[in-house]
Design a protein around this ligand. Structure first.
Ligand SMILES: *Cc1c(COP(=O)(O)O)cnc(C)c1O
Length: 499
C-alpha cells in the first residue's frame, strides 16, 4: 500500500459556463393555459429586465454529469476517512436528510402563522428541551446559525446580565488553547480578551487564573475537553475562582462528542454555553451545508435570550399550544433573520430521537475509544506533547519529522495520496507543527487501522525519502494550490464557449 501507486486523475472539467450550447435547456414549462399578463403593466416597466439572465444553456444530463464529476474529484465524509480535529466530521445518517426533506418542513413559509406550524414549533420546543436535558442547562435558543454566532450570542447575554447589575465589566478570560472564534466573539461583544497560558499538561493554570481575575472579569470562556483533547480536571476550582468575583463561566460546547450522556456542563457549574448541531448532532457542514449554534443558559440568564422564545402553554386551545413569545423586555433582541437554520434543527432532532439516551452515551464512549486507540497506535511514531489519555481528539506534533525537513503541512498533503482527508494542522497554536486528529465514533476499526498504517508509512518516508512527502500530493487532481490566490485575485468573468 503506497500512495505513489495511484496516478493523478487530471482535471478535464471545464467550468459550467463553458459547457452547453446557446438555446439548450434542462426543463421546459408547458404552454400557458391561463391568460398572459404584461409584466411591465403588473410590475412597472422599470422593474422588468430587458434581456434574459446570462446563465449557461445546458441539458439536464449535462448539468448532472458536470456536478457529479466535480463531486468525484472532491474528498468528503461519504467517500472516506475525514479526521479533521475540532470540526467533528462524523458520518451523517441519511435518515436525518429524509426527515429534513419532508414537504411539511421544506415548504413551510418562515412567516407562517402559529396555528399553521404547530408541528414545527413543537419540534423546536422539544429539541430545545432535549438540549437542556443533555447539557444540564435550563433554557435554549435555536436562533444562532453557527458556533461562532452562538458564542457572540452568549457573550451578549453575559453583557446584558452584568449591565442589569449596574456594570457590563470590561474583560473576558480565554486560555491560549482556545478556538480563534472565542477571542473574536468576545471582542465583537465589546470586551477585551485576557489570554492565560496553559500549564505543561495543556490545562488551565489556576495560579495564572487567580492573577488575572478581578471585579472587571465579566466571564471566562472554556472549552472542555479543550482543543488539545485534554479534560480540564480543575474545572470546579476554576469555576469557583470566576464565580467568586461575580463573573460568569462560558462553555464552548462546539465539540460535545466527548461528553454526551456522561457529563452535563450545567451540573459542573457552567452558566452559558453553545452547541454545534452541525458537529455533534450530525448535520453535514463545511461545504456540505449550513450550521446551527444553539445557546443554553441557566435560569438566571434566561430573560436575556434572543426573542422570540418558543413557548408551550397547555392552557391555550389545541392548535395554538406552541407559540412565539416576543414579550421579552430584557432580551438581547434577534441574532438571526427568522428563527435560525430550521432544517439543521430537524436533522439534529431526528438524530437525537433515533439514538435515544443510551445511544447518545455510546456515541461519546466510542468517540473516546476510537481517539485513544489511534493515539496509542501513533504515539511512538510522532511526538505527543500533551496528555496521557485523550478525550474525543488528540494533537500530535510533527517536530520529529521537521528535523528531516518535513512539516505538518507536508504530512497533511501526503495523506491525500492515500485517500485520507488531512487532519486539522497548526491548531491549537500552542503545539508546534500540530496535527489535530479526531476520528469520531462513526469509523470502523479497519478504517482506524488503515489510517494508522498510512501515518506510520509517512513517518518512515519522512526519514528515508523526505522529498516524496515534501512533493505530495501526486495522486490528487491538482497538487498544491496557492491557497490565498483565489481570494486575492478573484476572477469571476467567463466566456461562453462558441459564443
Ligand atoms: C467549530 C468550532 C467553533 C465555531 O463553530 P462554527 O460553527 O464554525 O462557527 C467554536 N469553537 C470550537 C472549539 C470549534 O471546534
Amino acid at each position: 500500500m503506497t500512495g505513489s501507486e495511484k496516478t493523478r486523475e487530471t482535471i478535464v472539467e471545464p467550468t459550467i459556463f463553458e459547457l452547453g450550447r446557446p438555446g439548450r435547456c434542462g426543463f421546459r414549462l408547458p404552454e400557458l393555459d391561463v391568460p398572459a399578463l404584461d409584466p411591465a403593466e403588473v410590475l412597472g416597466a422599470g422593474n422588468v429586465r430587458q434581456a434574459g439572465p446570462d446563465i449557461p444553456d445546458l441539458s439536464e444530463p449535462e448539468a448532472v454529469r458536470h456536478f457529479t464529476r466535480l463531486a468525484e474529484l472532491n474528498h468528503h465524509v461519504d467517500r472516506g476517512f475525514y479526521p479533521l480535529g475540532s470540526c467533528t466530521m462524523k458520518y451523517n445518517p441519511k435518515v436525518n436528510e429524509d426527515a429534513a426533506a419532508l414537504p411539511g418542513f421544506t415548504r413551510l413559509h418562515p412567516e407562517a402563522e402559529e396555528r399553521c406550524c404547530q408541528g414545527s414549533l413543537s419540534l423546536m420546543y422539544h429539541l430545545s428541551r432535549h438540549l437542556c436535558e443533555i447539557s444540564g442547562m435550563d433554557a435554549v435558543t435555536l436562533e444562532p446559525p453557527a458556533g461562532a454566532s452562538g458564542e457572540l450570542t452568549g457573550m451578549l447575554i453575559v453583557r446584558a446580565y452584568h449591565t442589569a447589575r449596574g456594570n457590563p465589566r470590561s474583560k473576558v478570560i480565554v486560555p491560549d488553547s482556545a478556538h480563534g472564534t472565542n477571542p473574536a466573539s468576545l471582542t465583537l461583544a465589546g470586551y477585551d480578551a485576557v489570554e492565560i497560558v496553559s500549564d505543561d499538561e495543556g490545562r488551565i493554570d489556576t495560579e495564572e487564573l487567580r492573577k488575572v481575575v478581578d471585579e472587571e472579569t465579566a466571564a471566562i470562556m472554556i472549552t472542555n475537553p479543550n482543543t488539545l483533547g485534554v479534560f480540564e480536571t480543575h474545572i470546579e476550582e476554576i469555576i469557583e475562582i470566576v464565580h467568586g468575583v461575580g463573573g460568569l463561566v462560558y462553555m464552548d460546547g462546539a465539540n460535545l462528542n466527548a461528553l454526551l450522556g456522561i457529563v452535563r456542563p450545567g451540573d459542573i457549574g457552567f452558566d452559558v454555553m453553545h452547541f454545534n448541531l452541525h458537529k455533534t448532532f450530525s448535520a453535514p457542514h463545511g461545504g456540505g451545508g449550513p450550521g446551527s449554534g444553539p445557546v443554553g443558559v441557566k435560569a438566571a440568564l434566561a430573560p436575556y435570550l434572543p426573542y422570540p422564545v418558543i413557548s408551550r402553554d397547555d392552557a391555550r386551545p389545541e392548535g395554538r399550544k406552541y407559540h412565539f413569545d416576543y414579550d421579552r423586555p430584557e432580551s438581547i433582541g434577534k441574532v438571526h433573520g427568522v428563527y435560525g437554520n430550521f432544517l439543521v434543527a430537524v436533522k439534529a432532532y431526528a438524530y437525537i430521537l433515533s439514538l435515544g439516551p443510551a445511544g447518545l452515551r455510546r456515541v461519546a464512549e466510542n468517540a473516546l475509544i476510537n481517539a485513544n486507540y489511534l493515539q496509542a497506535a501513533l504515539r511512538e511514531h510522532y511526538d505527543l506533547p500533551h496528555g496521557d489519555y485523550c478525550q474525543h481528539e488528540f494533537v500530535l506534533s510533527a517536530s520529529r519529522q521537521k528535523e528531516h525537513g518535513v512539516k505538518a503541512l507536508d504530512i497533511a498533503k501526503r495523506l491525500l495520496d492515500f485517500g485520507v482527508h488531512a487532519p486539522t494542522i497548526y491548531f491549537p497554536l500552542i503545539v508546534k507543527e500540530a496535527l489535530m486528529i479526531e476520528p469520531t465514533e462513526t469509523e470502523s476499526r479497519e478504517s482506524l487501522d488503515h489510517f494508522a498504517e498510512v501515518m506510520k508509512e509517512i513517518a518512515r518516508e519522512s526519514e528515508s525519502d523526505p522529498a516524496v512527502v515534501q512533493g505530495a500530493p501526486t495522486a490528487t487532481p491538482v497538487s498544491r494550490l496557492d491557497e490565498a490566490r483565489a481570494a486575492k485575485d478573484l476572477d469571476v468573468t467567463w466566456k461562453r464557449r462558441n459564443a
